[in-house]
Structure formats: C-alpha cells, structure tokens
Design a protein around this ligand. Structure first.
Ligand SMILES: [Fe+2]
Length: 348
C-alpha cells in the first residue's frame, strides 16, 4: 500500500496602503460595500450583494477573473466600523483567501487605508513574478479607491453646502426679523425635514459620531450660523446610549431626523416645582419637532443616529438654559456648549 504524499502548503500575505483625503468612515463605507469592487479592481467582474456596507456574518458572491472566470462565495468575518473589516472565501486553486481592510484616522483627519490579502494555505509559494503582479494590481486598485472616494466626498461637500445655504435662506424668510410663533415654527420644521430628506448629502461617514471606545457619545457639527450667532444649525452625530434631562432652550428650536431615531419627551412644569410628562414623539427621517423658548423636552438616543438641531441662537450663546435634576428635585443651568466642530466648509 503506497503512502499519499504529505500535503505541504505555504502561507502568503501581502499588504498595501494609501492615504485618502476623507474620513475613515467614508472610506470604510465605500470599500466594505462589495458592489464597489468592480469599480476599482479589474479582476472583480460582478458582485451579487446588498448595495451597502456589509456587516459580520453576511455573505456575497463575486465573479472573479484571473486565468479563467471563478465564482467566489464570501462571508464577512469582522465589521468593526470604521476601523477594520475582514472577509473570507475559498478558491479551489488557492485554498482560503482572507482580505482584511484596516482604516487609521491620521492627525489631519484623513485616512490611511491598508488592504491585506492572505492565502494561509497556498498549494505552492508564489513566484517573484506573481508577487510583482499582485503589487502592481494593488497599486492600481488603491489609486482607484482614492480617486473615487475623494471625488465623491468633495462633490457631496459642495452639494451639501449649497442645500444648507438654500434651506437657511428659506428659513430666514419664514421667520422674518421678529420672534417666530408656533405657526412659523411649524413651517420651519417642514423646511428642515425637507433638508434632512437629502440623506444622500448626509451619509453617516461624512459627519461621523465619536469612535467607539473614545469616551464621547455624540459630536455636534456646526453646519450654519449667522455672523451675529442667530439661526444656528447643527448636525448631532451620536453613537447612542445618550440622553438629557428635561430642559428648555431660551430660544426657539427645531429638530429633524436624518438617520436613526431620537425619542423626545415633552413636559409641563408641575405644581410641586418639578416636571410632568405630557407626551412623547420619535424623531426619525421625515419627521421633526419644534419648540418655543420656554417649552420643555428631554431626548433619549438608544442607537447610532444623525439629526439636525436648529436654534434661534448658537449654543455657545445659550448660557441660561435650565434643566430639571430629578434626583435633587432642583432646576439647574446648563453651561453654554463649547465642544462643537465646525463643518461649514463642508469638511468635518
Ligand atoms: Fe434640547
């Protein structure tokens, strides 16, 4: 009886990286949508998958061509937005193929994207010629990703600036020069909901929430504000797990949903000096709420979201906003907000 020859295999891995002038989240959301692959890598002919970034456990199919057409069935092993994404497939001629994408946020806010392709059990070691071809293909692919992501990001920023400027001009017209009443504010709410409906201009990556584990739960991006600090529009990007006590604003305020859900609870001042809830409302895409300066609300955010908060005056100027501290049954004053990122140039 003859002995089968030992099956010796070779582990091979190759990494390539490139710096892209866009937030890591934008790069992540582009390359982890496998529908993008045929746009930037020549060997990827067609992909059947959901047209969005895929999460752990999702599968997709790729028509791939090297010497002949091959069908690859992939599974996503890891999706740690916006830092790392790993997927695996199996090819008869190569054994397992693992691709890993790493996204590093650089000090200037740009992203270093690293793509690593591994063949942990190749039937034989690749020749120098094959390695040189892999490097050349990767350089082309990464250059394509950089060009497409940067072009899309800059075009969105310009379109966003224009849409915001038009909406704010309309809102100025609706409010006029005096203090708006509830009827005026309902019109402002409708206009802000209309701006929020342009979700293509406000993808989660362009105005990202804090990195998970960084300590913060929300970031406020300033999208517009008059020179005298009137008509201040912010995007609130939250990871969720965030809420506020009941509070007023000391100016008019309007909220509209872009992605995700923010529960608003409404209150009256009660006879014993506290608050009594009188209703609640989920702010999601297509809906908004408006408040007069003395109206009371609290917000409650469970999951990641992006929404708009528009105030009659900028948050840095609002140093008399009261909130009700339930534990001590006391009204206190919010310090004026100071940690706001300027996104008016279009780049957060
Ligand atoms: Fe509020």
């Amino acid at each position: 009886m003859s002995q089968a020859p030992a099956l010796e295999t070779f582990a091979f891995e190759r990494s390539h990286d490139i710096v892209i002038e866009a937030p890591a989240a934008v790069v992540f959301d582009y390359v982890t949508n496998p529908q993008s692959w045929p746009e930037w890598i020549a060997v990827s002919h067609r992909v059947e998958s959901a047209d969005r970034p895929l999460v752990r456990g999702e599968t997709f199919r790729e028509q791939w061509f090297s010497r002949h057409e091959v069908q690859l069935d992939w599974i996503v092993l890891e999706a740690d937005w916006p830092r790392r994404w790993v997927a695996e497939t199996h090819a008869a001629f190569l054994g397992p193929i693992v691709i890993r994408y790493d996204f590093e946020t650089l000090p200037g806010g740009e992203c270093r994207f690293r793509r690593t392709v591994g063949n942990p059990a190749r039937p034989k070691a690749p020749s120098d010629e094959v390695v040189a071809r892999i490097d050349a293909e990767a350089a082309t692919a990464l250059g394509n990703i950089k060009a497409r992501v940067e072009r899309g990001y800059a075009a969105r920023a310009a379109a966003r600036r224009e849409a915001i400027a038009t909406a704010m001009a309309d809102i100025h017209g609706l409010v006029g020069t005096g203090a708006p009443d509830r009827h005026d504010l309902s019109k402002v709410r409708e206009r802000l909901v209309e701006l929020a409906s342009r979700s293509d201009l406000f993808p989660r990556g362009d105005l990202p929430p804090p990195l998970p584990g960084s300590g913060g739960r929300s970031i406020l991006y300033r999208l517009a504000e008059d020179e005298d600090h009137g008509f201040a529009l912010y995007a609130n990007a939250s990871l969720g797990g965030y809420g506020t006590p009941a509070h007023n604003h000391t100016t008019w305020a309007v909220i509209a949903g872009v992605h995700g859900s923010e529960l608003n609870r409404f209150y009256d001042r009660s006879e014993d000096g506290g608050v009594a809830q009188r209703g609640e409302f989920e702010v999601v895409a297509g809906r908004g709420v408006a408040f007069m300066p003395d109206d009371l609300h609290s917000i409650h955010i469970d999951a990641p979201l992006l929404n708009f908060h528009l105030y009659g005056r900028g948050l840095e100027q609002l140093d008399r906003r009261e909130y009700y501290e339930a534990d001590s049954r006391q009204w206190r004053v919010f310090p004026a907000h100071s940690d706001i990122r300027d996104a008016r140039s279009g780049r957060a």
